[in-house]
Design a protein around this ligand. Structure first.
Ligand code: MG
Length: 431
């Protein structure tokens, strides 16, 4: 295995991305403590908060009430994922002017390779990227940049001096440079893994460094442990490309959306969005799962299989059948969480659907596929949502299915409407 002797990776991680994006987009928020919430509700939690608010003790994941009591002055803003995705694309464009982005890890994290002579100029290039972003996107949206012999260590470096950090981890100064870090600062060490490490007698970075790849594998009970050990020690570890296994969308239902009929509408919308993404990426699915959770914590889930399909009607029918089954079981309950997943993915060429279905149902399916394709192209041309099967409603918080999650930055196509012109403030109960 290859062990780089210099710096080969540059990792960029934006600081408090959603909150700083709001400051950039809304000048009135610039000097205020800002938190971003996913729903216009007093019963939700912050998905981002700026560094100014953190000075008052505000943290990501805090409830609205906790954030207000820590920082009475906080401006709570409803997330505008479409705007953040637009910014993301502008950011990529700017970074690409200096160095090609090799991989986008999330909406606010991306990685570049340093090749040849760039490896000697890593810090200089990083400063150029930082200055370019400040000049062409805006100084409020600060990145923290890390440089290292591999992606793993560059990411660790980017986290080391937030916000607006610029940190280089060089193979020659390892492990000294990282010995002070808690183990959970390493990507891949969760609190559960930390407990396992403790059981194995490893309680510090020095301890992890001194262990062997074999022991790491043993502690992790998988090859991931060995992989982490090798990356920590500065080896270039290539990872097989992950294969797509499912398309899923979930939703926490706002008040007023927890009745069976509203939850059902929501499920249709989420299903149609998941199906749209599946088609755009060129797959068929042969099963749908839905999970329902009620406000008293009861949980139901079910699966429905079908011949490999890509049309809305098949997926919506399956979702409806499953929802009715679930709603029957959870009689009278208020729905709190709803989740749909399309799986059993195949490329159309790999489909053996014809073995299982003949004649009329096959023709019927082809007809629905054509209808779906026509609807997709109309929605692409005229804006998402102008045509759909059945009733289509807007959800509170908007942007069904285009929530930004780990590892997937939505396409602008995932959003229905043009950008909302104004930031909506969440009303304070007393105002
Ligand atoms: Mg970030």
């Amino acid at each position: 295995m290859r062990k780089p002797t210099g710096i080969e990776s540059l990792y960029i991680d934006f600081d408090a991305f959603f909150a700083n994006a709001e400051k950039l987009l809304v000048p009135a928020l610039r000097d205020r403590p800002v938190g971003v919430v996913p729903l216009p509700s007093e019963h939700t939690s912050l998905i981002a908060c700026c560094y100014q608010s953190r000075l008052s003790g505000v943290k990501r994941g805090m409830s609205v009430a906790e954030a207000r009591s820590a920082c009475p002055d906080i401006a709570l803003v409803l997330a505008r994922h479409d705007e953040y995705v637009r910014l993301h694309h502008r950011i990529l464009e700017e970074i690409n002017r200096h160095l090609p982005v090799r991989r986008v890890w999330s909406i606010d994290e991306m990685e570049c390779d340093l090749l040849g002579s760039e490896q000697q100029r890593g810090l200089q290039i990083a400063r150029q990227v930082r200055d370019g972003l400040a000049e062409n996107i805006g100084p409020l949206l600060t990145p923290s940049i890390g440089l290292g012999p591999n992606q793993f260590l560059a990411k660790v470096a980017a986290e080391m001096e937030k916000p607006a950090g610029l940190t280089l981890l060089h193979p020659e100064t390892l492990p000294e440079q990282i010995l002070h870090l808690p183990l959970t600062d390493l990507p891949g060490i969760s609190s559960r893994m930390l407990a396992r490490l403790h059981v194995a007698g490893i309680t510090s970075m020095a301890g992890l460094w001194a262990t062997s790849p074999k022991q790491a594998r043993h502690i992790w009970r998988s090859v991931e442990g060995e992989r982490l050990w090798l990356q920590l020690h500065g080896y270039a570890v290539s990872r097989p490309e992950t294969v797509r296994r499912m398309f899923g969308h979930g939703r926490v239902l706002a008040r007023g959306w927890q009745t069976p009929s509203k939850a059902r509408e929501c499920l249709r919308l989420l299903t149609a969005k998941a199906a749209q993404r599946l088609r755009r990426e060129g797959y068929t699915a042969s099963a749908a799962d839905i999970s329902l959770k009620t406000s008293d914590g009861t949980y139901w889930s079910g699966t429905q299989s079908f011949a490999p399909s890509r049309d809305d009607r098949t997926f919506l029918q399956a979702a409806s059948i499953l929802f009715d089954l679930g709603a029957e079981k959870l009689k009278g309950a208020r729905f709190q969480n709803i989740y749909v997943m399309l799986h059993g993915l195949r490329r159309p060429g790999e489909t053996s659907g014809d073995l299982f279905e003949h004649g009329a149902s096959h023709t019927d399916r082809q007809r629905w596929e054509r209808i779906t394709d026509t609807m997709d192209s109309l929605n692409t041309r005229y804006g998402g949502g102008i045509i759909s099967l059945g009733i289509r409603t807007e959800l509170p918080g908007g942007y069904a299915g285009a929530k930004i999650a780990f590892g997937r930055v939505p396409d602008l196509k995932d959003f229905d409407a043009p950008a909302r012109p104004h930031t909506k403030r969440v009303p304070h109960p007393e105002s």
